[in-house]
Design a protein around this ligand. Structure first.
Ligand SMILES: [Zn+2]
Ligand SMILES: [Zn+2]
Ligand SMILES: [Zn+2]
Length: 337
């Protein structure tokens, strides 16, 4: 994420801010300019006070007074239920961050219309109802129970995952959408299969095998996470999410002027030294350079977190096989330019 300044006093303001802490100016975020602007009454998203959405309203009539992000939400829970609304707010917050990043990378975002395009169904399960987080033909369903920290942490521990966040869910699920739009049925499908495997293998069987007794037989060196080992689609979703994690973190590092000067001569396949600078736009450079920069930052960020007694910020290892898959995603993003 880039760094923003208050349009009135120039103080540092965050992407999420609705008010400048220094001068009290009311703020809004304009996606088309990627800028924090003065909020103008009547021109802000209709969900501003309900879920703290700080985006400028989308002028398209289909947006019905919502912003571009809220417009993509095609299903929301009962807005009279305060618990549901607070979970919706957390999910929408994560979604705005991810949408801003997709826009920054110039990935196509087509709002859902007539069962085509990208849309989000943000649901709180009713009594005895099961809501599965997932993607189907551009429609991303998020179980809003995941917005509850104790619940999400319990699931994370029970599945043995090192990382589980709402932003991570959004990045993974949009990855499935971009696979469908940018890979499926294109000349990239064979290179995809060569790297990730054949996605025509039965998904149900893969799911059963992953959660069944004979789980854990696949080669972890080839995948960024345990979940990625399940099926080529999930491998792509996980790889895509990591591409966005790395891109956003390096953008932030560049925006705030962070530099890492570690020891040189580190025997690591993806970086010969730990001298890293951030990258405002990772599509400008080859993936090898991105990963070399990222290696230094990931180590530095993990060390900072340990200083605070927190778990590692990036508890993953990018192996050479994973780097090749990230490079595939990088090419996809660069091809759009
Ligand atoms: Zn200000
Ligand atoms: Zn909004
Ligand atoms: Zn998935």
């Amino acid at each position: 994420m880039r760094v923003f300044a208050c349009p009135h006093c120039g103080a540092w303001v965050e992407f999420e801010d609705r008010r400048c802490l220094a001068c009290d100016t009311h703020l809004a975020y304009a996606l088309d300019r990627d800028e924090i602007v003065r909020s103008v009454r009547g021109l802000t998203c209709r969900y501003r006070s309900l879920i703290s959405c700080n985006w400028v309203a989308d002028p398209a009539p289909e947006a019905e007074g919502g912003c571009f992000s809220c417009r993509l939400t095609v299903e929301r829970p009962d807005l009279e239920d305060p618990a549901a609304v607070s979970r919706l707010a957390i999910a929408e917050h994560a979604k705005r961050r991810v949408l801003r990043q997709l826009h920054h990378l110039r990935l196509p975002i087509t709002p859902r219309h007539d069962d085509a395009g990208l849309g989000f169904a943000l649901k709180v399960p009713g009594e005895g109802e099961q809501v599965l987080t997932g993607h189907a033909d551009g429609l991303i369903t998020i179980n809003l129970t995941e917005a509850s920290d104790p619940h999400r942490e319990e699931v994370r521990i029970s599945l043995g995952e090192p990382y589980r966040t709402m932003v991570g869910h959004m990045r993974h699920e949009v990855g499935h959408w971009y696979w469908q739009v940018l890979v499926d049925g294109t000349d990239l499908i064979d290179p995809f299969r060569a790297l990730f495997g054949d996605e025509r293998q039965d998904y149900g069987d893969a799911l059963e095998a992953h959660y069944g007794d004979d789980a854990g037989t696949t080669d972890a060196e080839e995948h960024i996470s345990g979940y990625a080992t399940m099926h080529p689609w999930e491998d792509f979703g996980e790889t895509f999410a990591h591409y966005l994690h790395i891109a956003d973190s390096l953008e932030t590092a560049a925006a705030v002027g962070l530099r890492v000067h570690g020891p040189t001569g580190v025997p690591y396949p993806l970086a010969s030294s730990l001298h890293s600078e951030g990258l405002l736009d990772i599509s400008d450079v080859p993936m090898t350079a991105v990963l070399a920069a990222w290696h230094g930052f990931a180590l530095a960020a993990n060390a900072l977190n340990r200083s605070m007694g927190e778990p590692d910020l990036y508890p993953f290892v990018v192996t050479p096989a994973v780097a090749e898959k990230l490079d595939f995603v990088h090419d996809l993003v660069r091809r759009i330019r």
